[in-house]
Ligand binder design. Structure first.
Ligand code: ATP
Length: 390
């Protein structure tokens, strides 16, 4: 068993910066967990504490049931893969991969066998006698991974291992990492700032902000049920749209029309100090050209008319930006909410609404169009806390 448990783990640097704050996290044996969040949120520091490269200021870290706060990195039996491959340029791929085993004083025969096995898994067999200078970026990164897996450690810790690769290679390597992790079944903690990587790779995703965990869950759960404005804005590309919504007579008055309030949200709006204004969140993919839907679908949503600003054709579908007058929550405003509420560094919150419509939609820039959105998929946030009420 190699589960990893963080129990109220914090990191305070000597200059007074609290980089990680009371993080509680239980990573099961064999699980693939992604730490994701904007720059400076504390994900690398968290990983470095697990590796033993940073001391833990308070709290407890347990690996396979054992408290390891004071254990040296080399005694923790974990392997790290960084974004810089750190291969030895004078050694061949084979020698690079064998290096950790030689350090561990493994005999020649076993070393040879383990390197061959790892090379096979990573499709590096034909490259074993090359030097790193004669490899592509993706191949080098596979050698770095090979060097981590030959040791058969209790866990892998990976810090942005793919961020030096170009976009296409990154997508390919994502599949390699994912397949490798499943094949080996080794507990893996993987740091990235890329939400697409987070959504496609892990069993569970940990979203961090300002040193604190915002939400932990399987990717689909974070997408469907973001706990607050920050998670809602961070997960999904393009980002969720946020609009002001005033609570009036059992409805929400928004720039897209009056939105009915469901029972669950209504119950939370009882009481004197309940918010009189909410933030309505709608993902781009929950809009459709109103001319392209059937009647049953139509009943599940609302329609509005708006002028088309920009059309970006993606082949399979198109991103269509609409101008919505006045009522859209501005970036500055959301930023302020974010600061108060533990919500987002929202990006892409200009004055236009982003929608993802079918490729068949005959939208044209500068012309008005009738658009439908799915009421079953909307989110409503309390602007004072950032909390999702839906
Ligand atoms: P990035 O994606 O940019 O690498 P991150 O989420 O990995 O960011 P960390 O590197 O963990 O963030 O840093 C968390 C916070 O701790 C940041 O505010 C950073 O400036 C601060 N920090 C990191 N190392 C130190 C240090 N040695 N002394 C003081 N503050 C530090």
């Amino acid at each position: 068993m190699a589960d990893i448990v963080l129990d109220k783990v914090s990191k305070r640097f000597p200059d007074g910066t609290t980089a990680v704050r009371d993080v509680d996290l239980e990573i099961a044996d064999g699980e693939f967990v992604i730490l994701v969040g904007p720059s400076g949120c504390g994900k690398s520091t968290t990983l470095n504490m697990i590796a033993g490269l940073e001391d833990i200021s308070s709290g407890e870290l347990r690996i396979a049931g054992e408290r390891v706060n004071d254990k040296a990195p080399r005694d923790r039996d974990i392997a790290m893969v960084f974004q810089s491959y750190a291969l030895y340029p004078n050694m061949t791929v084979r020698e690079n991969m064998a290096f950790p085993l030689r350090l561990a004083k493994l005999d020649r025969e076993t070393t040879h066998q383990k390197v061959e096995e790892a090379a096979k898994v990573l499709e590096l067999t034909p490259l074993l006698d090359r030097k790193p200078a004669n490899l592509s970026g993706g191949q080098r990164q596979r050698v770095a991974m090979g060097r981590a897996i030959v040791r058969q450690p209790k866990a892998f810790l990976m810090d942005e291992p793919l961020s030096n690769l170009d976009a296409k290679l990154r997508v390919q390597m994502r599949t390699v990492v994912s397949r490798l992790q499943k094949q080996l079944g080794t507990t893996t903690v993987y740091v990235t700032h890329d939400q697409t990587e987070a959504m496609t790779l892990g069993d569970r995703v940990v979203i961090m902000r300002g040193g604190a965990v915002q939400q932990v869950g399987p990717p689909q759960e974070l997408y469907d049920h973001p706990r607050n404005l920050f998670v809602a804005g961070f997960i999904g590309s393009p980002s969720m749209n946020f609009l002001h919504a005033a609570v009036e007579d059992g409805h929400l008055r928004t720039a897209l029309g009056d939105v009915p309030i469901g029972d669950r949200v209504r119950r939370q709006l009882d009481g004197a100090d309940a918010p009189r204004e909410l933030i309505l969140g709608i993902r781009p993919e929950h809009f459709e050209d109103a001319a392209l839907i059937d009647d049953e679908t139509r009943r599940r949503g609302l329609e509005f008319d708006a002028p088309v600003d920009i059309v970006e054709s993606m082949g399979s579908d198109k991103y269509v930006y609409f101008t919505v007058e006045g009522e859209r929550a501005s970036a500055a405003e959301l930023e302020e909410l974010a600061a108060d509420a533990g919500a987002a560094d929202f990006t892409g919150t200009g004055s236009s609404l982003v929608t993802r419509l079918s490729a068949e939609s005959p939208v044209r820039e500068g012309e008005p169009r009738r658009v439908w959105f799915n009421l079953e998929k909307i989110h409503l946030f309390d602007p004072s806390t950032g909390r999702n009420l839906t």
